[in-house]
Design a protein around this ligand. Structure first.
Ligand code: M6R
Length: 607
C-alpha cells in the first residue's frame, strides 16, 4: 500500500527516485510524486495522477534543477480520490513528506489544527500529518518528530524533508515498513528492498520509534533521546535480477515459471536425512507436541493456502484446524488460548489485518508460527516462530509462487507434526516426504500445460460471470482460481463446493456462465460428474481440470486439462499452476494490465 523511497548522496536524486518508484509501483499505482531538496532551502515538488511513467514524463518535461537529495511516492488511495492534490508528497510550511499507512486519528488532529486556522487543501490523512509536523516544528527535526509521533495514531512510515535542513531526510515508522541501505554513493531508504537491491544487499529495517537520518555521508539511526543506535543488519539472499522480468512479458508469467525453484528452495533445506528438520529455523519439536487445535489466519491468497492446510492436516492428522480471515479474526473474539497453535500466513509479512491477528493471538497466550516470504518483515519478527518461504520477491499483484510455497510450508508442518506425534507410520511418512521432495519436478511438468491453458482460456475471456467448483482439497483451489481470475480479468467469479450449487447458486447458471470444475478428489469423482451434468444441462460450457481418467465420461467436458499424476494429497500444486495460467491468459486476451490490476496493490498495510 503505497511505495516510498528516499535518497541522499553524490548522484542525481531524480533518476534514483524514479527508478525506485518504478520498482515499487506494485505497491500502489494511482498517482506518484517526488520532492527534491535544493541547496537554497527550497523544496521542489512534482506530482501527477497515473503511473510512474506519467510522473517520469512530467519530470523530464519540467527538467528540475539538479538535486542530490529527495523523496518519492507511489500511491494507493485510501483517504480521498485519485487527484493530483491528494498525491504525495504533501507540504506545509517547512515540511514536505511522503507517507505509507493510515493516520487513524487524523480528523481529531484536523479539528485541533482548524482551531488555529490551519486547513488542508487535500482530502488526505497525510496532509494533516504534514500540517501537524509543520505546526510543531521548532527547528529541531528530531524533537518535532518525537512530539508529532506521540500525537499520531495508526500506521505510518514517513520520509520528511525540512526546508531549513537541506540535503537531509528524516524517516520514522510505526507498523508500516521502511528499509535502509548505504553505499559509497550515498544513503537510500524505501518501503522494501526491491527498490534498493541494486545499491546494496546489506540492509536494516528501521526500528519503530527511531529516526533514520539520511545524508550524503550515510545513515544515522537515532532514538528519540538523540542517541545513536547500531542497526541490526540483514542480508538479502536474492539479487537485482529476481526483481526484473528477465525476458517474460509480465512478472506474473515469470513468477509462475519460477515455481519449481521456489519450491526447491523452500522444501529441500528442511529435509535432512529423509526427515523434516526445522533446526535452522529454531522451531522446537515441543511446539508441535503441545497444542490441541490449530487456527490459521491470513488474507486473500494466503488464506486459500490456509484452507489447503486445513484440509490436509485434518485429513492426514485428524487434528482440528480452523481458518479465519484475519480481518474477522481480529474483531471476532476468537476462541483461542495457550493450547492453540495460531499460524499466520503472509507473503509480505506486512498485511495489517494479519499483523493485528498475530497481536491478538499473542495477547491470548497462543503460540504463534508465521509462514512469511519477506525476511525481517513485521509478522516474521513479531511471531514466536517463523518458517520462511523462499520464493524471492513477488512483484505481480496476483500471487502465484508465494501461494505454492505457502502450501509447501504447510505440508512441511503437517509432516513435522506427524513425525513428532507419531501420527503416521514410518512408511507413510517416508512416502509423504518423497512426494513433497518431488514437487519441483512435478511442477516442471505442470508448466508444460501452458499452451493448452492458453488455448482454453478463450472459453472464459469473453464472459462476464463464471463459477469454479471443487470438493475436498479441490475446493480451496477453486477459491484460489476464482480469486485469481477476478482480480486480474475483472470477471465476476464465484467458487463453490460443488454440492452446494443446487442449494441456490444454480439459479445463476445459464449458457452465458462457464464453469471450471476441478476434479482430483477420487472419492467424489462420481458426485462431481453429477454436479457437472447439472450445470451442463442448464447450458454451461464446462472446463474440467483433472488428474483422473475421464474416458468413462466423454460428454461432460467442453475442454479438458489433464494434470500430471501425483499422489492425491499433492494435487493442489498442479491445480494451482493450471488456474494461474488460466487467469493469466484470460487477462491477456482481455488486454488488461496483468501485473497491476485496477484498485489493487500488492501489500495491504491498511485495514
Ligand atoms: O502479503 P500477504 O500474503 O499477507 O497478502 C495477502 C493478500 O492481500 C494477497 O494474497 C492478495 O489476495 C493477492 N493479491 C491475491 O493474488
Amino acid at each position: 500500500m503505497c511505495g516510498i523511497i528516499g535518497y541522499c548522496g553524490s548522484n542525481h536524486a531524480t533518476d534514483i527516485l524514479l527508478d525506485g518508484l518504478s520498482k515499487l509501483e506494485y505497491r500502489g499505482y494511482d498517482s506518484a510524486g517526488i520532492a527534491l531538496s535544493q541547496n537554497e532551502q527550497r523544496i521542489e515538488t512534482i506530482k501527477t495522477t497515473g503511473k510512474v511513467q506519467e510522473l517520469r514524463n512530467k519530470v523530464m518535461a519540467l527538467a528540475p534543477k539538479n538535486s542530490y537529495c529527495g523523496i518519492g511516492h507511489t500511491r494507493w488511495a485510501t483517504h480521498g480520490g485519485v487527484t493530483e492534490t491528494n498525491a504525495h508528497p504533501h507540504s506545509n510550511g517547512s515540511v514536505t513528506l511522503i507517507h505509507n499507512g493510515i493516520i487513524e486519528n487524523y480528523s481529531e488532529i484536523a479539528l485541533e489544527l482548524a482551531k488555529v486556522n490551519k486547513f488542508p487543501k487535500s482530502q488526505t490523512d497525510t496532509e494533516i500529518a504534514a500540517m501537524l509536523f509543520s505546526h510543531l516544528y521548532n527547528g529541531n527535526p528530531l524533537e518535532t518528530i518525537e512530539t508529532a509521533c506521540a500525537k499520531l495514531e495508526g500506521a505510518y512510515a514517513f520520509c520528511i524533508l525540512f526546508a531549513d535542513h537541506p540535503n537531509e531526510i528524516y524517516c520514522v515508522r510505526n507498523a508500516s515498513p521502511l528499509v535502509a541501505v548505504e553505499n559509497e554513493f550515498g544513503s537510500y531508504i524505501a518501503s522494501d528492498m526491491t527498490a534498493l537491491i541494486e545499491y546494496s544487499k546489506d540492509y536494516f529495517i528501521v526500528p519503530e520509534h527511531h529516526v533514520a537520518k539520511l545524508t550524503k555521508n550515510g545513515i544515522k539511526l537515532l532514538n528519540f533521546a538523540g542517541n545513536e543506535v547500531k542497526p541490526t543488519m540483514l542480508h538479502a539472499s536474492w539479487d537485482a535480477d529476481s526483481a526484473q522480468k528477465n525476458g517474460y512479458a509480465h512478472f506474473m508469467l515469470k513468477e509462475i515459471h519460477e515455481q519449481p525453484d521456489s519450491l526447491l528452495t523452500t522444501i529441500m533445506p528442511r529435509i535432512k536425512n529423509g526427515v523434516i528438520n526445522f533446526e535452522e529455523e529454531q522451531i522446537p519439536d515441543s511446539l508441535f507436541m503441545n497444542f490441541s487445535n490449530i487456527v490459521i489466519t491470513a488474507c486473500g491468497t494466503a488464506m486459500n493456502a490456509g484452507l489447503v492446510g486445513k484440509s490436509l492436516i485434518e485429513k492426514v492428522l485428524r487434528i482440528p484446524v480452523s481458518v479465519e480471515p484475519a480481518s474477522e479474526f481480529r474483531y471476532g473474539d476468537p476462541i483461542i488460548d495457550d493450547k492453540t497453535l495460531v499460524m499466520i500466513i503472509s507473503q509480505s509479512g506486512e498485511t495489517a489485518d494479519s499483523l493485528a491477528a498475530l497481536h491478538l493471538a499473542k495477547e491470548r497466550g497462543s503460540k504463534t508460527l508465521a509462514i512469511v516470504n519477506v525476511k525481517g518483515s513485521s509478522i516474521a519478527r513479531e511471531s514466536d516462530y517463523v518458517l520462511y518461504t523462499h520464493a524471492g520477491p513477488e512483484i505481480a499483484v496476483a500471487s502465484t509462487k508465494a501461494f505454492t510455497v505457502q502450501m509447501a510450508a504447510l505440508y512441511l508442518i503437517c509432516g513435522k507434526i506427524a513425525s513428532v506425534r507419531n501420527l503416521l507410520s514410518q512408511e507413510q511418512l517416508h512416502t509423504f516426504i518423497e512426494e513433497l521432495s518431488s514437487l519441483p519436478k512435478v511442477i516442471e511438468t505442470a508448466l508444460q500445460l501452458e499452451p493448452t491453458l492458453k488455448e482454453v482460456s478463450s472459453m472464459l475471456s469473453e464472459t462476464s460471470d463464471c463459477f469454479f467448483l471443487g470438493r475436498g482439497l479441490d475446493y480451496p483451489l477453486a477459491c484460489e482460481g476464482s480469486l485469481k481470475l477476478k482480480e486480474i480479468s475483472y470477471i465476476h467469479s464465484e467458487a463453490y463446493v460443488a454440492g452446494e450449487l443446487k442449494h441456490g447458486p444454480i439459479a445463476l447458471i445459464t449458457d452465458q456462465v462457464p464453469v471450471v470444475a476441478i476434479v482430483t478428489n477420487t472419492i467424489t469423482v462420481p458426485k462431481m460428474i453429477s454436479n457437472i451434468r447439472e450445470v451442463k444441462a442448464r447450458g454451461s460450457k464446462i472446463l474440467v481440470i483433472t488428474d483422473q481418467d475421464m474416458s468413462a465420461y466423454p460428454d461432460v467436458a467442453d475442454a479438458l486439462i489433464e494434470l500430471p499424476k501425483t499422489d492425491e494429497l499433492f494435487t493442489p500444486f498442479t491445480i494451482s499452476v493450471a488456474v494461474q495460467f488460466l487467469s493469466y491468459y484470460v487477462s491477456l486476451h482481455r488486454g488488461l494490465d496483468v501485473d497491476q490490476p485496477r484498485n489493487l496493490a500488492k501489500s495491504v498495510t491498511v485495514e
